[in-house]
Structure formats: structure tokens, C-alpha cells
Write a protein that binds this ligand. Structure first.
Ligand SMILES: CC(=O)SCCNC(=O)CCNC(=O)[C@H](O)C(C)(C)COP(=O)(O)OP(=O)(O)OC[C@H]1O[C@@H](n2cnc3c(N)ncnc32)[C@H](O)[C@@H]1OP(=O)(O)O
Ligand SMILES: CC(C)C(=O)C(=O)O
Length: 526
């Protein structure tokens, strides 16, 4: 934990927040997120191990498959309460009760809309009839289990007095948890805080139930609203892994939990979640639903602990607290990553090369850095292999007597292909133009014209250093000369430039060998 991250000091019961995970119910409701029976069992087991207090495992009346999943999760879950959702009708409630029956601790979660728009158009019921149904549904659920949650669907758009009337009756009928959902993600933090505060103050028996928040993210405020509800006196948060759920989703469990942990000074609440499992949970849910996690998603996005900007990377290298408010290990991420890219600076570049085992002199470093920046301008992702190729080239090129200055190639359907090349040979710049049977042949013919030699090309191979159409091409050539073979490699985003550099690399090796064999002044190649 960094010093900006106070630990949860005083774990008093009044500040304990129940984490109610609804990934398998509300999470599964979003289009395309359907999970198989086996995937649901795995996710439920993971949530149980992670310390989730209540697992909403499904909506048993929805289908036989949902019933089976809730029922099996109820049988297997060791610690958490297993909850099933049901409408207010008797059939729904009884089916839900049957599904959760094997659970060590089972909960029926019954809901009914209370807002004018929902009552009038969706339910087509008068408020008094809705109120009666609240009482009869909670009473029926209570006959099955003593753990009953009642939700006033569209609670944040419900008339205050009617909401209080329904909440009071639900508690009187035996509801032990009262949820006031922001079903359509319409509320704002101050308003949601106020709603809980006022309902708890106005409902005479409010202290007999635990209040719960359930927020949707239509305006991007699900987590902020959830925390506001907790400040207003709620002590259960309904949330999902990766924030999946209806439309724009629910409050994300990982964000809620880490907000309480990192900002415990301002949000002095605690929960039982093992935060080191958050990344694993995110990956498991993403794999099961095939929903990718947004790169910049808080806590579990792949960029959440990654830095590309030079100024940030420099800060991070000097002290991680400069740009990170929590340690990656806290959420199950191995380590911070300093991603090399066009915004990186020298500090990070040198650090990266040292990590990869390279020690370059000051001039070599400066040259390599300039070439790295040029590469990063052209290539989206710079991988370790790119840096390796770049530095290897830098190191071998340092003593080269033949250097590529420029190359232009005209290629296409109307041959012959033509290359124009400028070389620096022992400090003298020469230019030549040549044709060839294809662009590579034209390039090599240019080299032969500029540096006449006897060496024969034995092998020419191209492969991509990394993936993507902007990947660097790595070219290998083998030149046979006086009974020996010289191999050389070069990389560049342009295959023809890489080809020229690889060929010249082979020639430089021949020249160097000659110079070693007969130390007198040598002309380039033979
Ligand atoms: C805010 C939420 O997330 S609520 C949960 C939403 N989740 C889902 O709907 C997923 C699972 N749902 C389903 O599989 C199906 O909708 C079922 C099985 C529940 C119902 O299917 P159907 O019987 O074909 O009804 P359908 O879904 O078309 O319509 C819903 C009916 O339930 C009624 N209804 C809606 N909410 C409730 C409620 N809380 N209590 C009682 N009745 C309700 C509607 O008014 C409508 O009734 P009507 O048929 O008399 O007009
Ligand atoms: C059933 C309730 C809790 C719900 O999902 C909602 O209102 O969003």
C-alpha cells in the first residue's frame, strides 16, 4: 500500500458494507452476455472464494436453465448467501424458493415497480393494488425463508410518500433487506444520498432492515451513486464484475471495493473482498461472456497500471507514488508496466534496455533513442523484440564501413523494378541506380554496382518481428565468400530497407574479416 492509501483502520460493524454480486443475474441480462451452466458454476465458486457476501445466481422463473444454475450454485456455495430473483407473483416466488432450497443460506429477492410510469404503463396497476402486492409477495417469500429482499423497481423515479409507504409495508411483512434501485441510471449522487437519508428517517421501522443500493450506469454515475447511497445509510451494494449489466451496465464491483480501500479516509466503510482476486475475476467474467474489458477501465483495464508518457515514466521510475494511487499487486496485477511508445523519454528507454540486458555507450544510446522515436512514429506498438532488433542493429552498425544513406524503390505491376541507392563507403557518399527482376533484386543490384564484390547470396529470408501490418520486417541474408558464410540480419518497418541493411551487414562482416586477416588498409569488399 502506498502512503496515499490508508488501510481500513477501524472495522466496526456499523461501517460494514455487504457486497451483493449480481453478475450472474443483472450482468447476464445485457445483450450477448449469456453464460453457460458450467461457466456460471465457475464464476459463482470464484465469487464465493473472493469474499462476496451475496451471490444473485439468476432468475429461476426465467427458464429451466436459469433454475438449474441457481439450484446447483445453491448446493455448492460454501460461504455466501445464494439469492434468486422473482417477480411479485406466487408462481415466481415459489419457483425461486425451490431453486435456492439447497443453499446453506438462501435469499428470495422479490421486486415490484413503484414509479408512476412503470405502474401505469408496464404493470397497468393502480398504486393501491401495487401496495397490496408488495405485502402479499413479501409475505409469501417470508413463508419460504427468513432472508427476504424487496426492491422497489424504478425507485429513484418513485413519488417519495408512496415509496415510504411501500418500504414500511415490505418491512412489516418481513423483508430483511430493502433495495431502492436507480433502475434507469437517472439519479445523481447528492439526490441518491438524500433519498436514502430521508427514507430511513421517514419510515418508522427502517432500522429493522438493511438498505441496499443498486445503480445503473446510463449517465456513468453508478459507482458514485452507490457510494452516495452508502453515505446516506445503505449498507449493501449490488454490483457486477466489470460493471456488466442492463444497457450501460451496473456499478462495477472492483471499482466500489477499491474506492473504499484506497479512499477509506473519505469513504470509511469496509467489506470482505479479497482484492487480489479482482483481476482474475475480471478475466474470468470477460472470457465467459466474451465481453472485452475496455483498455482504460478503472482497476482491471489493461492500461490501468501502464504508463507510456515519458514524463510519467520518469516519475514512476523515481517513485511509483508520483502516478499510481494503489499498488498493482493489491488488485492482482503483477506489476506496473512502462510501455515503450512515441511518448516515451530517455529515462524509460534506458531503463527498458537495462532490463533487457543492454548496456550502450552514450553515443550509441543517443543514436538508438533517435531511431526508436522514428520507429515509434511509424509503428503503433513497440515490443521488446522491436527494441532488440533496433539495438542489435545499432551495436553492429557502430563499426560499419558501408552505411545506407537512402533508398528509393519503384515497384508495381509494370516492371522492371528500379532502385536508387545512396551509400556512405568509408566516408565517401556514392549514388547508383539499378533495375531488377523484382524490387529486392533491384536493391541488391544497386549494392553490387556501388560495392562490387564476389560474394554470392545463399539465403534470403523475411519474417515479421511482431504482429500487424505495421510490424517490422526482419530480413536475414547469408553471403558466401571465399569458402565461408556470413549471416546478417536487419529489421525495419520497410521490407526493402531491411533487405538492403541485411545485405550491407553481410558485406560489412566480410570487410571486417578481411581487415582482421590483413591489417593493411583495405578497400571495401573485394
Ligand atoms: C429491472 C430488472 O432488471 S427486472 C428483471 C428483468 N429481467 C428479465 O426480464 C429477465 C428474465 N425474464 C424472462 O425470462 C421473462 O420476461 C419472464 C419469464 C420473467 C416473463 O415472461 P412472460 O411471461 O412471457 O412475460 P413478458 O416478459 O413478456 O412480460 C412481463 C410481464 O411481467 C409483468 N411484470 C413485470 N414486473 C413484474 C413484477 N415485478 N411482478 C409481477 N409482474 C411483473 C409485466 O407487467 C408483464 O405482465 P403481463 O404479461 O401481464 O403484461
Ligand atoms: C430487479 C431490480 C433490483 C433491478 O435489477 C433494477 O431495478 O435495476
Amino acid at each position: 500500500m502506498t502512503s496515499t492509501t490508508p488501510s481500513v483502520q477501524d472495522k466496526s460493524d456499523k461501517d460494514r458494507v455487504i457486497i451483493f454480486d449480481t453478475t450472474l443475474r443483472d450482468g447476464e441480462q445485457c445483450p450477448g452476455a449469456t453464460m453457460t451452466f458450467e461457466e456460471k458454476l465457475e464464476i459463482a465458486a470464484m465469487l464465493d472464494t473472493m469474499g462476496v457476501d451475496v451471490i444473485e445466481a439468476g432468475f429461476p422463473i426465467a427458464s429451466d436453465g436459469d433454475f438449474e444454475a441457481v439450484n446447483e450454485i445453491a448446493k455448492r456455495t460454501k460461504n455466501a448467501v445464494v439469492c434468486g430473483l422473482s417477480r411479485a407473483g406466487q408462481k415466481d416466488i415459489d419457483r425461486c424458493a425451490e431453486a435456492i432450497r439447497p443453499a446453506k443460506r438462501g435469499r428470495i429477492h422479490s421486486f415490484l415497480s413503484t414509479s408512476p410510469v412503470h405502474m401505469k404503463y408496464k404493470l397497468q396497476m393502480e398504486p393501491d393494488a401495487v401496495h397490496d402486492l408488495v405485502i402479499s409477495s413479501v409475505t409469501r417469500a417470508r413463508n419460504h425463508t427468513d432472508d427476504v429482499e424487496w426492491s422497489s423497481e424504478d425507485g429513484t423515479r418513485t413519488e417519495f410518500d408512496f415509496l415510504c409507504r411501500c418500504v414500511e409495508s415490505a418491512i412489516k411483512a418481513g423483508a430483511t433487506t430493502i433495495n431502492i434501485p436507480d433502475t434507469v441510471g437517472y439519479s445523481v449522487p447528492e439526490e441518491y444520498y438524500d433519498l436514502f437519508k430521508r427514507v430511513r428517517e421517514n419510515v418508522p421501522n427502517s432500522d429493522k432492515a438493511i438498505f441496499s443500493v443498486h445503480c445503473h450506469n446510463d449517465l456513468g454515475m453508478a459507482v458514485a451513486n452507490s457510494m452516495a447511497g452508502i453515505r446516506g445509510g445503505a449498507r449493501q451494494i449490488e454490483c457486477t464484475i466489470n460493471g456488466i449489466g442492463e444497457r450501460a451496465g451496473n456499478a462495477a464491483l472492483e471499482e466500489i471495493v477499491m474506492a473504499m480501500k484506497v479512499r477509506n479516509d473519505k469513504l470509511p466503510y469496509w467489506n470482505n473482498i479479497d482484492t487480489t482476486m479482482l483481476m482474475r475475476a475480471s478475466k474470468e467474467v470477460s472470457a465467459a461472456t466474451s465481453f472485452p474489458v475496455q483498455y482504460n477501465k478503472a482497476i482491471v483495464g489493461r492500461n490501468a497500471f501502464a504508463h507510456e508518457s515519458g514524463i510519467h515514466q520518469d516519475g514512476m521510475l523515481k517513485n511509483a507514488q508520483t502516478y499510481e494511487i494503489m499498488l498493482p499487486e493489491t488488485v492482482g496485477v503483477k506489476q506496473t508496466s512502462l510501455v515503450m511508445g512515441k511518448h516515451s523519454g530517455r529515462h524509460a528507454f534506458i531503463h527498458k534496455l537495462e532490463e533487457m540486458g543492454y548496456k550502450l555507450g552514450q553515443n550509441q544510446l543517443e543514436d538508438a533513442f533517435v531511431r526508436f522515436k522514428a520507429l515509434a512514429d511509424r509503428k503503433k506498438d513497440i515490443y521488446d523484440e522491436d527494441l532488440e532488433a533496433l539495438v542489435d542493429q545499432e551495436m553492429t552498425a557502430a563499426h560499419d564501413r558501408i552505411k545506407l544513406v537512402s533508398l528509393t524503390v519503384i515497384a508495381g505491376t509494370h516492371g522492371p523494378q528500379r532502385a536508387t541507392m545512396k551509400l556512405n563507403v568509408d566516408g565517401v557518399v556514392k549514388i547508383e541506380e539499378a533495375e531488377g527482376n523484382g524490387p529486392v533484386d533491384a536493391v541488391f543490384n544497386c549494392i553490387k554496382a556501388l560495392v562490387p564484390h564476389e560474394a554470392k547470396l545463399e539465403l534470403y529470408q523475411v519474417h515479421a518481428v511482431t504482429e500487424g501490418t505495421d510490424a517490422q520486417a526482419e530480413v536475414s541474408v547469408r553471403l558466401a565468400h571465399e569458402g565461408r558464410s556470413m549471416t546478417s540480419r536487419a529489421a525495419d518497418p520497410d521490407t526493402l530497407v531491411a533487405s538492403a541493411k541485411a545485405y550491407l551487414g553481410g558485406l560489412n562482416k566480410i570487410v571486417m574479416k578481411r581487415a582482421r586477416d590483413m591489417p593493411a588498409p583495405v578497400a571495401a569488399a573485394s
